[in-house]
Design a protein around this ligand. Structure first.
Ligand code: ADP
Ligand code: MG
Length: 256
């Protein structure tokens, strides 16, 4: 390949937004020579590598702006620790058909059973599949919306919770809300209804949501929209956080 052609390809690739090709044209042609690649295979290689690199960059940027607290996956979740949880239910969710359908997923159960872990794992999978993600605790969301409302910027702030394809709302029910706060939550839920998925975690059963939202009517209105299209997973089992502590206690009692 002449230097002139090489330079022209570099410039054109950069203009077309193909940075990988622009950077590695010599490497590509060397590989093509070595493998005695046909034209179609060569084109296929160049395009698929460019796409893979673009996808990977988008995935990493997506993760960065998602505010996920960590990036744990389902492979890191030990299903044998929660025998009452059917792994198939979780793995079905991981196919992300609920995200495609713009429906919701709720993970319910006591502390430490891995609700946030699974919610994050689903969000990471959705991010890899190209969906935009935003993670918040319910309390942070309410606090931010209240502050924005006081500053006359509610519509703008609501956008942060409405734009992402998947909104993860963690820890619903840890703190009871006042009516005005519950009303802000209602705005998010009702505006996302059938437009974008919500993955939520809660330590409360839905029947206890009336107390959380301080108003049965509002709680019912929120639940109505949330549950119309919602996959539900209840995890009733021991806390993983206490796992090692319990083992230690068991060991000590056996010795004694
Ligand atoms: P929850 O949100 O239900 O309170 P978390 O998802 O925060 O619980 O889990 C607490 C910790 O235990 C996290 O570090 C999580 O990764 C881990 N964990 C929980 N359940 C499991 C499990 N079955 N296998 C592996 N790690 C787990
Ligand atoms: Mg949690």
């Amino acid at each position: 390949m002449s230097e002139l052609t090489g330079n022209r390809i570099r410039t054109t690739a950069a203009k077309l937004g193909l940075p990988h090709l622009a950077e590695t044209i010599n490497e590509f042609t060397r590989r093509a020579d070595e493998a005695k690649m046909g034209y179609l295979n060569f084109l296929d290689l160049v395009l698929s590598e460019e796409l893979a690199i673009r996808d990977d960059r988008r995935f990493r940027t997506g993760l960065r702006i998602s505010r996920l607290p960590h990036h744990k996956t389902l492979d890191e979740y030990d299903f044998s620790f929660q025998p009452e949880l059917d792994p198939r239910k979780v793995k079905d969710l991981a196919t992300l058909s609920f995200v495609e359908a713009k429906s919701n997923a709720a993970l319910l159960g006591p502390p430490g059973v891995g609700k946030t872990h699974i919610a994050v794992a689903l969000a990471v999978a959705a991010c890899r599949a190209g969906y935009s993600i935003y993670f918040t605790s319910l309390d942070d969301m309410v606090r931010n919306l209240k502050a924005a409302e006081a500053a006359g910027r509610l519509t703008n702030k609501l956008g942060s919770y409405l734009r992402p394809s998947v909104l993860v709302v963690d820890e619903v029910g840890y703190q009871p809300l006042e009516r005005a706060e519950a009303n802000l939550v209602f705005q998010v839920i009702s505006k996302r209804y059938e437009k974008g998925s919500i993955i939520l975690t809660s330590n409360k059963t839905f029947s206890e949501w009336g107390q959380v939202f301080g108003d049965e009517v509002l709680a019912t209105a929120i639940l109505d929209r949330l549950l119309h299209h919602c996959e539900m997973i209840s995890i009733n089992g021991p806390s993983y956080r206490l796992k090692n502590r319990l083992k230690a206690i068991e060991r000590d009692t056996n010795v004694a």
